[in-house]
Ligand binder design. Structure first.
Ligand code: NAP
Length: 277
């Protein structure tokens, strides 16, 4: 399995699991919990969640689904911007830890930038790290200018990664955000790598996928995973999608295939504001 080395040297598999919408329907608990556990058995490790997902229900679901398996998981959660004051971030983290049934997070992210000054949030993250409640922290939905501002703050360069929307239909980040991150050796965590399932049939994506005996969702995932220093966190609710996605972790796309995908989904030629879902 391809691995990504985080700035502190920790190595994690490039393919992880998203959890948005998981745990919201109690009738699906058994299937969804089995899917996350099977993902760990297949070598996946990164599990991404947030206090926002189901207003805590997804974290509670993970607490039950992953009971007894904590040491096999690289657990990521996110704080709401309105909870991201120095004191608010501590309280929000403690609530997340309780719901998740753990004493620490491996990575804690600011979900998006809000009105709380970044310096306060960074101070809150550093407090949590000193207290052993989080191993490391990072951000989400930050564009290049936001990262520039963050890195200029005391402790701001301790940021571990930026989690942003990135897939074959959403390439705006390639213009300046991803080059900025490469220059600063900041890994990318790509969310919605399959555009939440909304990938139209036809064109190069459909043709290359069918020639390789894959689905267009699998091909879209392989395309994100082609990048070094990129962790992709597709969400899958059952074993069929899990197995299909797990098979993409080391698929190599040819230069010709990449060029055909560039023709269908052109890389950006000018700055676009970072999109969010
Ligand atoms: N930081 C942020 O602001 C932010 C925003 C959005 C998402 N996220 C994170 O990123 C994760 C992933 O993004 P996402 O959930 O928005 O979208 P996504 O992973 O691009 O797409 C998920 C959808 O694709 C389907 N799918 C998965 N594997 C498939 C396959 N092999 N073939 C066909 N369909 C497949 C899933 O179906 P099933 O569920 O039926 O398997 C689900 O409907 C989230 O769960 C969340 O953890 C973060």
């Amino acid at each position: 399995m391809n691995v990504v080395t985080l700035p502190d040297g920790e190595r994690v598999p490039a393919l992880g699991m998203g959890t948005w919408r998981l745990g919201e329907d109690p009738a699906r608990f058994r299937e969804e919990a089995a899917c996350v556990r099977r993902g760990l058995d297949l070598g996946l490790k990164v599990v991404d969640t947030a206090e926002m997902y189901g207003e805590g229900r997804t974290e509670e679901f993970l607490g039950k689904a992953l009971a007894g398996l904590r040491e096999r998981v690289f657990l990521v959660s996110k704080v709401y911007p309105h909870n991201a004051s120095r004191e608010g971030v501590r309280r929000a983290c403690e609530r997340s830890l309780r719901r998740l049934g753990t004493d620490h997070l491996d990575l804690y992210l600011l979900h998006w930038r809000g009105s709380v000054p970044l310096a306060e949030t960074v101070a809150g993250f550093q407090d949590l790290r000193a207290a052993g409640k989080i191993r490391r922290w990072g951000v989400s939905n930050f564009d290049a200018e936001d990262l520039e501002e963050l890195f200029a703050l005391p402790g701001g360069a301790d940021c571990t990664l930026d989690q942003v929307l990135y897939n074959v239909t959403r390439r705006g980040a390639e213009y300046d955000l991803l080059p900025w991150m490469s220059r600063h050796k900041l890994p990318l965590m790509a969310y919605s790598p399959m555009e939440q399932g909304r990938l139209a049939d036809g064109g190069a994506l459909g043709e290359i996928a069918s020639r390789r005996g894959l689905s267009r969702w699998q091909l879209a995932l392989a395309w994100v995973l082609r990048r070094p220093d990129t962790i992709a966190i597709p969400k899958m609710a059952g074993e069929e999608h899990l197995l299909q996605n797990q098979a993409m972790h080391d698929l190599e796309l040819t230069a010709e295939e990449l060029a055909r995908l560039d023709a269908q989904f052109a890389p950006p030629r000018a700055k676009r504001g970072l999109e969010m879902l």
